[in-house]
Design a protein around this ligand. Structure first.
Ligand SMILES: [Zn+2]
Length: 302
């Protein structure tokens, strides 16, 4: 997936106030907090069945486990950084279709679930809000956290789009096919702020998703680039305005035009970093709420 190095290069050269730090792959003990040992063994031993590879949707190669472990480690690190400093991003992540015992829809490991479980292993009272604005429902994440009072799952997605079998979360907002940008933003504004207000979160993990764009091949939504920017600005403002530590993840993106998916992801991260920098310079903030590193995006290593 060339979008990962392309977006990283755009951010590194684009003047966004970010620091990019590499990570080592997530250790097996972290992955086991969510995934079954049987599934992880199949990934490591290269023994997925043809049917399992078909459901994953990617041509399987053992390198995919390495890449997914890096991606998961970056989400864990971004969560820790956001809790300590207010905001961070992973230059990948948001693989929300993966279940404990199987990969699905290009998602090998559920990075968000592993990160939340890893944080909760150290602080069992930690409360996480997962805001999923990717065009597809976060079915794996919803299933993993169902019944866990410490996690709120919000997903706004195409009701008739993949996955066909939805998994109920705490707040699911199903939109019609080819929803207009105006209607998407109205539905988001009607539901996300009230959901944030309903749950006292310690951390918001935002799976942004570039596949809501009108030129995306799989999103079935009609947001222009300007409306995507508006979505990003709104989500970030709602979190920053509530003083909620925020982690930004990519989610999916499959733009028809080469390079555009990377451009959209980089835009989202830049918007977040600029908003964080603006917040830091607010005179009403106590001195100890201002930190020297505004944002720490972590690359997938791809
Ligand atoms: Zn998606």
């Amino acid at each position: 997936m060339e979008k990962f190095p392309q977006a990283r290069d755009l951010l590194a050269s684009g003047g966004a106030p970010v620091v990019i730090t590499p990570v080592a792959p997530a250790p097996m003990r972290q992955l086991l907090r969510v995934h079954t040992s049987g599934y992880l063994r199949k990934l490591a031993d290269d023994t997925l069945t043809d049917k399992e590879v078909c459901k994953l949707g990617l041509p399987w190669h053992p390198r995919l486990l390495h890449r997914s472990s890096l991606e998961t480690a970056a989400t864990v690190a971004a969560c820790r950084h956001a809790l300590a400093h207010g905001m961070a991003a992973n230059l990948a992540g948001g693989t929300h279709h993966a279940f404990p015992d199987r990969g699905l829809g290009y998602c090998v490991l559920n990075d968000v679930a592993v990160a939340v479980r890893e944080l909760q292993a150290k602080d069992p009272s930690l409360r996480a809000f997962i805001a999923d604005t990717d065009a597809h429902q976060g079915n794996g994440t919803n299933a993993i956290f169902r019944g866990d009072q410490r996690v709120f799952t919000y997903s706004i997605h195409g009701e008739r789009n993949y996955p066909s079998a939805k998994e109920a979360g705490n707040r699911d907002v199903g939109l019609p096919r080819q929803v207009s940008g105006d209607n998407y933003l109205a539905a988001l504004s009607e539901t996300l702020p009230s959901s944030l207000d309903s749950f006292p979160a310690d951390l918001v993990i935002w799976i942004s998703g570039a596949d809501v764009h009108e030129q995306d091949r799989f999103g079935q939504m009609k947001l222009t680039t300007g409306q995507m920017n508006e979505r990003d600005r709104l989500v970030i403002a709602w979190c920053v305005g509530r003083r909620l530590p925020l982690v930004v993840l990519y989610g999916g993106g499959y733009h028809r035009e080469p390079g555009m998916t990377a451009h959209l992801h980089a835009n989202t991260i830049s918007t977040a970093a600029m908003a964080f920098r603006a917040m830091q310079s607010r005179p009403d903030l106590p001195e100890n709420d201002r930190h020297g590193v505004p944002c720490l995006p972590l690359p997938s290593g791809s």
